[in-house]
Ligand binder design. Sequence first.
Ligand code: NDP
Ligand code: TDO
Length: 285
Amino acid sequence: MLSILVTGAKGQLGSEIFFLADQYPFLNFIFVDKNLLDISDRQVVDDFFKEYEVDVIINCAAYTAVDKAESDQVMAKKVNHLAVKNLIDASSKQKIPFIHISTDYVFDGKGFKPYATDDPKDPQNVYGKTKMQGEDALFQSGLDNLMLIRTSWVYSSFGNNFVKTMLRLGAERESIGVIDDQVGSPTYARDLARFILESIPRINWEGVKTFHFTNEGVCSWFDFAKAIMDIKGLNCKVNPIPTENYPTPAKRPHYSVLDKRDTREFYRQEIPYWRDSLEKCLELL
Ligand SMILES: NC(=O)C1=CN([C@@H]2O[C@H](COP(=O)(O)OP(=O)(O)OC[C@H]3O[C@@H](n4cnc5c(N)ncnc54)[C@H](OP(=O)(O)O)[C@@H]3O)[C@@H](O)[C@H]2O)C=CC1
Ligand SMILES: Cc1cn([C@H]2C[C@H](O)[C@@H](COP(=O)(O)OP(=O)(O)O[C@H]3O[C@@H](C)C(=O)[C@@H](O)[C@H]3O)O2)c(=O)[nH]c1=O
């Protein structure tokens, strides 16, 4: 039976993998949160791999506070870049296949067509830069059993995310302004978790495989917020606003749709449309 190590197991994606784990009885999971395996501590990581036998690593651990990262660069880099190196260094001795998750925020957001997996990266904020450095650490490792999955706008009934923020604001306020000139694809973490788990027995671990996985369809944050209020029957009016009317410490991409052609071909399962998955998640909230 394959032993699958899931780091950052208490986050959105880690929690969804935990939720689905029972459906994969041929996989043996080792779920570890920050307290059990702080991936930014090299010694802890080295010791862990000496003690446990691991066949595949799914690295769900990350520093995801996009605005906070602007003033907390050291910590963001430690988790999103240096810790990825720790995992690679510790696992490469045993050639353990490595699944790593990255973000649409590695792209500049100035494009008008979906970003291909090999398009040039030019992140516009600290979070995106540190995630790109994490990706680069994978590419530079020389390892040939890597799966890099970029995703975007992730939400879940677990953890904190835009959907939960909208539900809170929707209950508190009569109206809110939400940016309508930043466009992307929401991703239900459960759909992403399923994609990852379905990939494990099927992937041919030769070379570095980069996939883009999001829900199908494209929307703005405004469209996303409006759908959340509509589905939940909240009376809060959502007003579309331009980026400059909602100043934030971190700059965000205007367009960050990811090209999923390779993913569709590899996965051969239907990727749910974003609003359908949103409805499913909202049934739990
Ligand atoms: N959320 C999103 O919208 C998107 C996420 N992604 C990527 O997807 C992946 C999963 O994201 P998601 O589940 O949403 O993220 P979460 O922030 O929900 O989860 C990340 C988890 O990592 C943990 N963590 C932080 N530092 C460490 C550390 N040093 N050692 C071990 N664990 C640590 C966090 O713990 P604690 O909370 O205690 O710090 C948290 O439990 C990440 O790589 C992220 O960059 C990509 C695109 C969009
Ligand atoms: C709360 C709120 C946000 N916004 C805008 C700000 C921002 O442009 C957008 C989303 O805000 P958030 O801060 O929730 O989302 P943000 O943290 O930028 O989400 C990102 O997280 C990282 C981890 C990723 O990798 C990305 O793919 C993406 O999901 O919505 C409004 O316009 N009005 C509001 O009331």
